[in-house]
Design a protein around this ligand. Structure first.
Ligand code: ZN
Length: 136
């Protein structure tokens, strides 16, 4: 078994933003030369998250609408007294900071409408994304 790792840096431009990182992930899988295994994608941040789903402008704005409606920025959170980003910590906790995807035949396995997206919850910032490919 081998492990191949790369880290990419993603600059976000808005407070809430969805960035399609599928191209980076597929490129790392290709460079790993691992044929059968899995790929871990991880963001080492407390106010960002990862989702796998359709990347289309209307649904992307719906993800942000959902996040701001459910996690309520400025919603009277105690942490806002020091940092003004409690909503981002809670959304990151619920949505999650890691995803696993299968690697088969040297490629990332994904559905026709599945893209890997970094969700910025407290931008703009520079975010790190760690991609580890594990297998043979
Ligand atoms: Zn904070």
């Amino acid at each position: 078994m081998r492990i191949y790792s790369e880290e990419v840096s993603v600059k976000t431009e808005r407070r809430f933003q969805v960035v399609n990182i599928t191209g980076y992930v597929e490129e790392v899988v290709r460079r790993s030369k691992i044929v059968e295994g899995f790929c871990l994608i991880f963001v080492p941040h407390a106010t960002a998250a990862l989702i796998i789903n359709e990347y289309e402008p209307r649904i992307v704005s719906d993800y942000i609408k959902w996040i701001t409606e459910v996690f309520k920025p400025g919603g009277g959170w105690r942490h806002d007294e020091i940092d003004d980003n409690a909503h981002a910590h809670i959304a990151s906790s619920v949505i999650g900071t890691n995803r696993f995807m299968p690697v088969r035949g040297g490629s990332l396995v994904r559905g026709a409408w599945q893209e890997v997206m970094l969700v910025e919850l407290d931008g703009p910032r520079t975010r790190r994304v760690l991609i580890q490919v594990v297998g043979e």
